[in-house]
Design a protein around this ligand. Structure first.
Ligand SMILES: [Zn+2]
Length: 417
């Protein structure tokens, strides 16, 4: 077992901006002109051979660029503790030392550095930087959130709130995604498969971000990232899969994944219209029974039905499914009560309102006092890698490449520089 990695060492080794990392006063290499020419020629040949070997991969933005994560919370006040905190607002530079409280002031910002040390920026956007890990905290109502992370952040002042886009080096971002999406209870090979899928997903989002100032959300709308993880198992998984992505038809795959498929994954084309077909065709998933949501039962109460305007007092409910995925997920349905009018519902509305773990509904029946009980399978959209299924494969001895080849058929693994 290799020694656990110090996150600071990891950060320096993998990501720190080389300009910042250079020790001060380092001497530059002095070479006579002829040696310089030879060196230049050697470098040119080396890069040429490298580009031939790596083909199109090299032209992609590699793993050294940061991922930009938009916080869904927009706190009124953000408290930060870190070494050497600094900010720029485009015209001025600020140095704050080790702690700072940040809030909006008019269209700009108020920095509270100490009891008598207040500073103001009138610009609507700032960039905050620090050295090493930083601790952030904010309070919403009774809930206090604490996060610890490496990177930098762009903060915008918007209607009295702070809109935060966190810039975090890709591989460190992945440590946080792994901790939130799987955690260390999952077997190593499942975590490695998850790391490659999450890296591919993040890079694909970054490639398609266009003119937006962020690549992903920090929650399940994209993939969950709360803070950088320093768990030794997770650092090891990220290190061992470093730069590896799923590759399909000359691109990094937008590798959708989910918690539990319930025995069979869903055809990706029936859920995400923009995905290529072969890697997202449905596959059997025999090993996800350990998931608490492999099979489930949920009661849809009349009060929830009424919340979306269904006239539940009309009599016994009847449901007809108008459109299903090939696996059987309810895409569109209609419902009526007694002899009342039919009402057409999207499967996604039903799932949200009835709080169903998935749309793979196998049966339904009326239950006491006007409710409906649904029985179904799985948790999540069912497309791509099944996290509990991956864990099952890993426990049966499959390595992460085998797991990925199963859930994303037709893909290969490429290593980004
Ligand atoms: Zn599964």
């Amino acid at each position: 077992m290799p020694a656990p990695l110090d996150p600071l060492v990891l950060e320096r080794a993998l990501h720190a901006d080389p300009r910042e990392d250079r020790p001060p006063g380092r001497r530059r290499l002095k070479l006579p002109p002829r040696s310089f020419l030879l060196l230049a020629l050697a470098l040119f040949l080396f890069s040429h051979v490298l580009s031939l070997l790596l083909g199109p991969r090299r032209s992609l933005a590699g793993t050294s660029r940061s991922i930009r994560v938009l916080f869904r919370d927009r706190p009124a006040i953000l408290r930060i503790e870190a070494d050497d905190l600094r900010a720029t607002d485009g015209t001025r530079r600020f140095a704050f030392g080790r702690s700072l409280s940040l809030r909006t002031q008019g269209r700009g910002f108020l920095f509270l550095v100490g009891p008598k040390d207040l500073r103001i920026s009138e610009r609507p956007e700032i960039r905050l930087r620090w050295k090493g890990p930083a601790r952030f905290s904010w309070t919403e109502g009774n809930k206090e959130t604490n996060r610890k992370a490496f990177g930098s952040m762009a903060v915008r002042s918007e209607n009295g709130r702070l809109r935060i886009v966190f810039h975090v080096p890709l591989e460190l971002y992945l440590t946080g995604v792994l901790a939130s999406e799987m955690g260390t209870r999952f077997p190593l090979e499942a975590l490695k498969a998850q790391a490659v899928a999450a890296r591919s997903y993040a890079i694909s989002c970054r490639t398609r971000a266009g003119s937006k100032d962020f690549d992903l959300f920090d929650d399940a709308k994209s993939q969950v990232f709360e803070e950088t993880s320093t768990a030794p198992e997770i650092l090891e998984v990220v290190r061992r899969t470093r730069g590896e992505v799923l590759w399909f038809e000359g691109e990094v795959l937008r590798a959708y994944y989910h918690s539990t498929c319930g025995g069979r994954t869903r055809d990706g084309r029936s859920f995400f219209r923009d995905v290529p077909s072969p890697p997202f065709r449905p596959v059997r998933c025999p090993w996800d029974r350990a998931s608490p949501l492999h099979a489930w039962k949920r009661l849809w109460t009349p009060s929830r039905m009424e919340a979306i305007g269904l006239p539940t007092s009309g009599g016994r409910p009847r449901i007809e499914v108008l459109e299903r995925s090939e696996r059987g997920d309810w895409i569109r349905l209609r419902i009526r009560f007694g002899s009342g009018p039919w009402r057409v519902l999207a499967g996604s509305s039903l799932r949200r309102n009835a709080k169903l773990p998935s749309l793979w509904i196998r049966s339904w029946r009326t239950a006491g006092k006007g409710g409906i009980v649904f029985e179904g399978r799985g948790f999540g959209h069912g497309v791509g890698l099944c996290q509990y299924g991956a864990a099952g494969w890993a426990r049966k001895g499959a390595d992460y490449r085998r797991i990925l080849a199963h859930y994303y058929p037709g893909t290969t693994i490429a290593v980004l520089p």
